[in-house]
Write a protein that binds this ligand. Sequence first.
Ligand code: F3S
Length: 389
Amino acid sequence: MQLQPDEEAILAGEAGETRQQMIEILIALGKVFSADRLVPIQSAQVSGASYKTIGEAGLEWLTMLDARVSVPTVLNPVGMDRVRWREMKINSDFAKKQEEVINAYARLGIKLECTCTPYYIYQTRFGDHLAWSESSAVAYANSVIGARTNREGGPSALAAAIIGKTPEYGLHRVEDRKPQVVLNIDGATGWNETALYGALGYYVGSEVGDKIPYLQGVRPKRNHLKALGAAMAASGAVALFHVEGITPEARIFEYDVSGLEVIMVEPEEVLALMNTIPVDAVALGCPHCSAEELTEIAGLLEGRRVTRPLYIFAARKVIEASADAVACIERHGGRVYADTCMVVSPALEQYGAIMVNSGKAFAYVPNMCGAAVRIGTTEACIDIATGGT
Ligand code: F3S
């Protein structure tokens, strides 16, 4: 790799031991993936923020670091709402450890916005280089915004945040962003519900693994694209997808996909994922809700009363900007939590079966919460939360 003089100096230890270690991580990655150089990034998003996932070893590593981040950096969701953790029935030993993890990140200059939807908080533009690590945020940034990020691990995202650069390989290179497989979905152009796109993403991700899919035959809106990408990233390892006529690079580059493998998708196969098992609780906001989604949930709750626990997750800034919708949800018995989510918090481990409207949650809840999972539309989720069967 070609290093600039300032990068050589960091590598020689002139900017301290932590920065030296961090640039070593980036160079090692760059060598493995044949990057020629490091490129400056606009922002970073660091996973490995919940004490539930990083444990004592991760916390110890973080507390040894001594440097500040060089670009705006946010955290992935942590294990609890930093304000309402008692209400979530988080035990105080866990809360204490989680606070230590948060403080260790704060000491590095990371903003305590703990969210998988940083694009609702910081302006992210087409062509920006980023170092984001949460899989749904990566899929959204690459596909819906047209920014460029590989799916970073927690340590490599943190290293990029501290150095302000990342090795230029993979999805940072235009030539590596072309479609690799076509998904032709028949009879789904009228789909207008987040859960359908979540289920479609779950189905497509299992079919394509880590290839770059090019979807034909669907007309998703922004929230649908978020659900689609999150689910494909969870059931497969999709970090970039294109939707014909919809996503920015599909529109700009008008890819010729004539020579690619084509997978035909029958909507019935996707709809078959929508099971009807009985559930104990309902959880929405995977990825974290947008303001528009909070308003939709509030509208669906009008005139009803929550009788099964209803958890909703969103970024704190989005919650603050949606005060009316959030007040309405809470008045009707739902709870809107910041900083955390249904998967990284231990709060939902008390339930045997959980209903979601997200293909990503559908993929993760069984392993991460030890619960059975049911996926349905947002409307069906609210029906169940308010006493429906
Ligand atoms: Fe976000 Fe947690 Fe889902 S990090 S994408 S809400 S699993």
